[in-house]
Design a protein around this ligand. Structure first.
Ligand SMILES: Nc1nc2c(c(=O)[nH]1)N[C@H]1C(S)=C(S)[C@@H](COP(=O)(O)OP(=O)(O)OC[C@H]3O[C@@H](n4cnc5c(N)ncnc54)[C@H](O)[C@@H]3O)O[C@H]1N2
Ligand code: MOO
Length: 473
């Protein structure tokens, strides 16, 4: 293929090529951010039993009718009911039981009076609190004076009042956040069937790259892309593995990628995709016919069986995966995109399972913007999340400089910006470009929280022009 592609066509090609991962059963906390693939019916009711919403006394309504501070109802205390109590005292006429928040309502009781409506069993004025059971075990006996009447059901949380056993607790398609995970725990589900987080292998290429923490020799720079992209993959919900930078050696790169296939639902490389003499990714991935990356199975392996129980750098955190049915590997296509930054890109499916591989350009801003535009949507599609794209708004551009901003004709430009939401009474927010369009400008990228989209036909942007803005929150 090759040639020049529009941003939209390239994204459509990417999304056509990826399918949601096969669902697996995960422990609740491993499923955070994942999409449920089936309705979950509540195995138990919430609450599972009638219980008190106050620390107080479980009473019969008739016994406290007309009670007041001057004319209290005097009841015999027949026991204590703590949260978790299994054996409950029956409440007969003229009787009450001390009951704690969350404790079951004892049989015979119809309501709870908070301890503040009573003398707390002291024989004195209104109580502010209960005596601790450990300090005063006799508090569970004797008499209590109740100062106010109560209607049936007051301060009682009825069984099933939140959710009835058998009802749908969460629908298929729900994204599991903290509240949803809490609900599943409350109804007793320990595991849940979801689409898993994709495992993403991130690797940089370039002989000039050294790890952060190591001193720079002549001509060397720190590898930042693999950190940016690993962090971006994690922020998108993936499990990301960063691999140390590979030098400009096509055979070595191919071997590293082959080795990483075992733990990859997607692979992201950066660098080596333009037209230089050392553009190693392009060289390593252009002709894959007859190779493992081209889809040929290593000896005696079936698709999906990679002959390894463990990922090279440690155990697979999600247990064994059912792989999706393998789409055919089709090699990596290197193409120019009508965008800036991010012009040179490679994309394709590699290996026997057809793992999507994104070969992003090396310039740091180019690789990050490319990730946002193409990789993040693909990762979300693998997880079954919808929508796959970031939130966009129309915003008025407020350049710092006096003159208009310029943009190359025929290219969609993505400027880095800071977005201000609309002021009170306004409909449109503003966005201020930060730094220039240079794709090496990491300092200003780190100040940005938005990408300003300058359309292909637009070559000049004046103060106040409204443009689509991608919010990177
Ligand atoms: N003659 C042409 N030269 C270039 C063209 C072109 O069309 N004709 N396109 C330019 C554009 S646009 C881009 S983007 C870059 C893409 O180049 P590569 O993907 O081959 O990337 P490299 O050459 O490996 O690196 C480019 C730049 O980025 C730095 N870099 C690379 N990896 C990292 C990393 N992991 N961390 C930090 N910085 C990294 C690298 O040192 C270079 O400065 O090509 C243009 N050239
Ligand atoms: O893609 Mo390059 O991104 O224009 O610097």
């Amino acid at each position: 293929m090759g040639g020049t592609w529009s941003v939209d066509d390239h994204l459509a090609d990417v999304l056509r090529s990826v399918r949601p991962l096969e669902p697996i059963e995960l422990h609740l906390l491993d499923a955070q951010g994942c999409v449920l693939v089936e309705d979950v019916l509540a195995p138990v009711s919430l609450p599972p039993f009638d219980n008190s919403s106050m620390d107080g006394y479980a009473v019969r309504v008739d016994d406290v009718a007309g009670a007041s501070e001057d004319g209290p109802a005097v009841l015999e205390v027949v026991g204590d009911v703590a949260a978790g109590s299994g054996s409950l005292p029956g409440i007969g006429p003229g009787q009450a039981a001390r009951v704690m928040t969350g404790a079951p309502l004892p049989p015979g009781a119809e309501a709870v009076v908070p301890v503040e409506w009573t003398d707390g069993g002291t024989g004195g004025g209104p109580a502010e609190t209960m005596a601790a059971h450990s300090a005063d075990p006799s508090g569970a006996g004797g008499q209590v004076r109740v100062h106010r009447p109560v209607e049936a059901g007051r301060y009682v949380r009825g069984k099933g009042g939140d959710l009835r056993a058998g009802a749908v607790a969460l629908e298929a398609g729900t994204v599991l956040g903290p509240a949803q995970i809490g609900l599943l725990a409350a109804v007793g589900c320990a595991t849940v069937r979801v689409r898993p987080r994709p495992r993403v292998v991130v690797l940089s290429t370039g002989s000039e790259l050294v790890r952060p923490g190591a001193p720079l020799g002549p001509g060397q720079i720190h590898d930042s892309n693999s950190y940016t992209l690993t962090a971006a993959a994690r922020a998108a919900g993936a499990i990301a593995y960063r691999v140390d930078a590979v030098g400009d050696d096509a055979a070595a790169l191919r071997t590293v990628i082959e080795d990483q296939l075992v733990r990859a639902d997607a692979i992201v490389t950066s660098g080596g995709v333009s037209v230089g003499a050392y553009d190693v990714v392009k060289e390593a991935l252009t002709d894959l016919e007859g190779t493992v990356l081209g889809g040929v199975l290593p000896e005696e392996q079936e698709p999906g069986d990679h002959g390894a129980d463990e990922a090279p750098d440690g155990p697979e955190p999600q247990g064994s995966r059912a792989r999706r049915p393998a789409p055919p590997a089709r090699g990596v296509d290197f193409r120019r995109l009508a965008m800036q930054p991010g012009k040179p890109q490679g994309f394709g499916l590699v290996g026997p399972d057809g793992v999507p591989l994104f070969a992003l350009p090396g310039n740091p801003v180019s690789s990050y913007v490319s990730f946002e535009l193409f990789v993040r949507p693909a990762l979300r599609a693998l997880m079954g999340l919808d929508p796959v794209g970031r939130r966009t708004v129309r915003a008025r551009v407020e350049p710092d400089g006096s003159g208009p901003l310029t943009s190359p004709e025929g290219k969609r430009q993505f400027l880095r910006g800071r977005y201000e939401p609309p002021a009170d009474g306004e409909e449109t927010g503003t966005v201020r470009p930060v730094g220039g369009p240079g794709s090496h400008l990491l300092g200003s990228l780190a100040q940005a929280d938005a990408l300003i989209v300058v359309p292909e036909r637009t070559t000049e942007v004046a103060r106040g022009d409204e443009l689509e803005t991608v919010l990177l929150d």
